[in-house]
Write a protein that binds this ligand. Structure first.
Ligand code: ATP
Length: 335
């Protein structure tokens, strides 16, 4: 949520120069004392803010990877995505939190963020490893006007937004492993879990929640549990640089807002498909489809306008793979 703190931070950051105490008061409609209090608090938290009596305040430096509600909100440039933001130092999992807020009427775009999850979740009841201090975990509430069969496409929209936001900020070549994982150099850095709540009559969507976990600043494979070391990585491990989580989250939310609006106008993925497919890993290569009804292999040929994976079997038959119960693997490993 916007607060005096996040507004003052945003004013200082966006100006890049001195902003007088009076300007801050006028712009935000708060008292001089309130401004002074917030500035002191920020300094205590490690923000370097210069105060020059005749000129005002200037933000010189933010603490490294500061991850708090005001830091994230002060970086948002969105209309609805994250405009209501709830931040937890620790929670079970942001998806059930977001569902609870949505049940209570939270508006479209409400976003729950946590620094740590004690019961992070993946698809089919799997778990998502969620240590403190290094990753992004967030869930956004979406209130669509479209019908339930279109909901699964939102996962692909989110995957595209996250993959592009990471690429823009870090330069890393992010690939999408259909439908919902993002990989860098063959290892997973992002998982996405979209869930749907239906109206009591079960014919309309009440809301969707899209949860995202990003491994950001883990420094080495040892920070992951043994069983993930072969398949998981972090943005820092791949880029060699510490990544500012608040900045990345703000960028993901901005990208998602734009991509979601484009999707909602078209109600198919046609407008985003080219970008999605350009990041699709294993395209035109052999993949193994782990279908509970029976595993099979084939050549991945991209996605349909509604988000199914197109797989050409050796028999020549083309299969459309629906997300949900299915995982896809490269022939010799994870991707
Ligand atoms: P897959 O194709 O990997 O089976 P999935 O979509 O079925 O993908 P998800 O639900 O997205 O899997 O994620 C859960 C799985 O991801 C877990 O079973 C585990 O193997 C792996 N995992 C858990 N935590 C992390 C993490 N922090 N980073 C990378 N991978 C993780």
């Amino acid at each position: 949520m916007k607060t005096d703190r996040s507004d003052i931070l945003a004013c200082l950051r966006n100006s890049g120069d001195y902003v007088s105490g009076q300007q801050l008061c006028d712009r935000l409609g708060v008292s001089r004392t309130a401004v002074w209090k917030v500035i002191n608090q920020l300094k205590e938290e490690g923000y370097r803010i210069e105060s020059v009596p005749s000129r005002g305040y200037r933000l010189i430096e933010s603490p490294a990877d500061i991850y708090s509600e005001s830091e994230i909100v002060s970086r948002l440039h969105t209309k609805w995505a994250g405009q209501r933001l709830i931040f937890f130092e620790s929670t079970g999992s942001t998806n059930p939190d977001a569902k609870r807020f949505a049940e209570e009427g939270a508006p479209h775009g409400t976003t729950v963020v946590a620094d740590r999850q004690t019961a992070g979740r993946g698809r089919r009841g799997r778990s998502w490893e969620s240590p403190a201090g290094s990753s992004i975990y967030f869930t956004i509430v979406i209130r669509p006007s479209f019908s339930p069969e279109k909901a699964s496409m939102v996962t692909l929209v989110m995957a595209l937004s996250v993959a592009e936001a990471i690429h823009e900020l870090t330069g890393l070549d992010t690939g999408i492993k259909w439908p919902n994982d993002i990989v860098v150099n063959g290892k997973k850095v992002v998982g996405i879990l979209t869930e749907m709540s239906m109206t009591p009559e079960m014919n309309e969507i009440q809301f969707l929640v899209a949860g995202v976990g990003v491994n950001v600043n883990q420094g080495s494979a040892e920070e992951f549990p043994q069983e993930l070391r072969e398949t998981a990585t972090s943005l820092k491990m791949e880029s060699g640089r510490q990544v500012d989580r608040a900045g990345l989250l703000a960028r993901i939310l901005a990208r998602f807002e734009e991509d979601y609006e484009a999707f909602e106008r078209a109600l198919t993925l046609s407008v985003l498909k080219e970008r999605y497919e350009s990041r699709l890993v294993g395209r035109d290569a052999m993949v193994r489809v782990l279908d509970p009804a029976g595993e099979y292999t084939g050549i991945s040929r991209g996605i349909t306008d509604t988000g199914e994976l197109i797989v050409e079997k050796e028999t020549g038959e083309t299969v459309l793979v629906y997300a949900g119960e299915v995982s896809v693997r490269g022939l010799y490993g994870y991707v």
